[in-house]
Design a protein around this ligand. Structure first.
Ligand code: GLC
Length: 569
């Protein structure tokens, strides 16, 4: 039996620092606020926290444009505040991983300021500079955040490359000095005791060095149509293929796996740390031991409806593709995607469907990542005023639609849906002004979703045993106590069933087997399972009584029931 690592049995919870908790009442989340909420997180029952970037940043891409890798954004607090947060999490048994943004810095990072100052500056080659061609940029590459991937710099009469915003110049990873500087930054936080990293946008680190033109016949309008709800959750396969073709020369280039192996050796200087990649490609696991510990199973969430078919197919493909010793990693939402509550709602059974999604995350084999607010059913919030947009690609999208001749009203409606601000609004703590995120009268950095007044807030749900929050807590507690759910293998059952998704998890030591049935329909079922044992004891259900012994010959499953039972041998 292999002793599993903490990150294999942990449930991760993503904190979006700007929107989690505002400790000093300025409308922006901060470490003081996060420290205050550590008890909430421990009580919720998550084991590890992933912090989206908390570094100094001019906030062109809400912190993913970093101007100093080894400090804390002043509006979030100080390095001492960070240490108190880290210690506080550790004291409560929770690990903390940070975001490592390697592809690019902010244009206001000292490295780039120096790099752009003159052609012979010692940091010139830390970024990707090229001469223009025929009075224009070096080639026809696009940025998925809008327009050309090249920005002209008058002072030195050259262009620099930026896969994302022009305020996010790409680092030149073919320069070993860049690597050393970034590894030093990574060690800085590891030395302070952080438990690992979520690696941002690793697929875009290298470009084809020959820089050939891309060969799609794309226009700006086509480009806009590929800008589909941020990065990881494009549901349309054709769009994904189109996207891959346009950016073929700019993503997943040679060298990236070698680089990940080097980063792995850096991380391995420290005991028991973890790397999780923002990339669904299985190749990032390397041989299972030498690259990343985890790579997100994004394909699972690239659908607007979780059906049994979809989940079965995803699990089959994903689990069989993993190298030996590699561990799966599942998620259904994050700060770039539609919120899980909104994504899978049908307008009639929204709460039931949210519970099914949570149960799926917490029972599938692998490490689950939850996103702050999903535990209280926070939903996407569509902004109705362009001046409130904080996500630049959405502004680009809006301006483009208007330039194409669409009415501003219609353009705003569409842009609000595409806008990643939709899932980044402040955490809803209570049914008071500003949802208790900031004091009354303070203007929060993004508007608060007014549905906090309808029970979508922590206080209203905390002590209500029927609430979504209590449901999450119950499931998290169960998962902690149930070896089969943490380390068990996975065997799909009834694979042709349309209405429900069923599977077994058998613990590594063979001592426990759990049957999980998630009824994704409003229909009742009596299910017969051909298993050597004939009965199960209910461990968790939103219908069957806990501890009730049920027959596996005729298991009654109510509409939208979530049934987790331990097989009685
Ligand atoms: C990743 C982040 C996203 C950011 C982009 C550029 O995809 O998740 O929020 O905009 O990288 O850093």
């Amino acid at each position: 039996m292999t002793q599993l690592k903490w990150w294999q049995t942990a449930v991760f919870y993503q904190i979006y620092p700007r929107s989690f908790a505002d400790g000093n009442g300025d409308g922006i989340g901060d470490f003081m606020g996060m420290i205050d909420r550590l008890d909430y997180l421990a009580d919720l029952g998550v084991d590890a926290l992933w912090l989206s970037p908390h570094f100094p940043s001019p906030q062109f891409d809400v912190g993913y444009d970093i101007s100093d890798y080894v400090d804390v954004a002043p509006e979030y607090g100080t390095l001492d505040d960070f240490k108190r947060f880290l210690d506080g999490a550790h004291e409560r048994g929770m690990r903390v991983i940070l975001d490592l943004v390697m592809n690019h810095t902010s244009h206001l990072h000292q490295w780039f300021i120096e790099s752009r100052s003159s052609r012979d500056n010692s940091k010139r080659d830390w970024y990707v500079w090229r001469d223009g061609k025929d009075g224009g940029p070096p080639n026809n590459w696009y940025s998925p955040f809008g327009g050309s991937a090249w920005e002209y710099d008058e002072q030195t009469d050259q262009y620099y490359y930026h896969f994302f915003l022009k305020e996010q110049p790409d680092l030149n990873w073919r320069n070993p000095e860049v690597k050393n500087a970034m590894w030093d930054a990574a060690r800085f936080w590891l030395d302070l005791g952080v438990d690992g990293y979520r690696l941002d946008a690793i697929g875009t680190i290298f470009e084809n060095p020959a820089m050939p033109d891309q060969r799609s016949s794309m226009t700006q309008e086509d480009l806009r149509s590929t800008f589909n709800r941020g990065f990881p959750d494009r549901p349309d396969k054709k769009l994904i293929e189109l996207w891959k073709f346009i950016y073929k020369e700019q993503v997943e280039q040679d060298g990236v796996h070698q680089l990940m192996q080097e980063l792995r050796t850096v991380i391995d200087e420290y005991p028991d740390r973890v790397l999780v990649g923002e990339n669904d490609d299985i190749s990032y696991y390397g041989n299972g031991m030498n690259e990343l510990h985890l790579a997100f199973n994004f394909p699972l969430m690239r659908t607007n409806r979780l059906t049994p078919d979809w989940i079965h197919a995803n699990q089959k493909e994903r689990l069989s593709a993993l190298p030996p010793d590699a561990w799966p990693c599942n998620t259904l939402n994050n700060h770039d995607s539609t919120r899980v509550f909104t994504r899978f709602q049908d307008g009639q059974h929204d709460d039931a469907l949210a519970r099914i999604s949570a149960a799926l995350m917490l029972t599938l084999r692998g490490t689950p990542f939850l996103y702050n607010g999903e535990e209280i059913g926070m939903s996407d919030y569509y902004l109705t005023d362009i001046t409130l947009f904080r996500d630049p690609p959405a502004v680009w999208f809006y301006n483009g639609l208007v330039a194409d001749g669409m009415t501003p009203e219609k353009a705003l409606e569409l842009a609000a849906i595409y806008n990643r601000d939709r899932c980044r609004t402040p955490m809803q703590w209570s049914n008071t002004a500003n949802a208790g995120f900031s004091p009354q009268g303070v203007q929060t950095w993004l508007p608060v979703n007014p549905n906090y007044g309808q029970g979508i807030n922590v206080d209203d749900q905390q002590y209500n045993p029927e609430s979504l929050l209590s449901f999450y807590k119950g499931l998290l507690r169960l998962r902690r106590q149930t070896p089969a759910l943490k380390d068990g293998d996975y065997t799909p059952l009834h694979e042709t069933a349309d209405d429900y998704f069923a599977f077994l998890r058998r613990s590594q030591d063979g001592a426990q087997t759990c049957l999980v049935v998630l009824n994704l329909s409003d229909k009742e079922h009596s299910l017969k399972f051909d298993l050597p044992a004939g009965e199960a004891r209910c461990l968790f259900s939103n219908h069957t009584l806990e501890d009730e012994t049920v027959s596996l010959e005729a298991l009654n499953i109510a509409p939208f029931e979530i049934f987790i039972g331990e097989i009685i041998p």
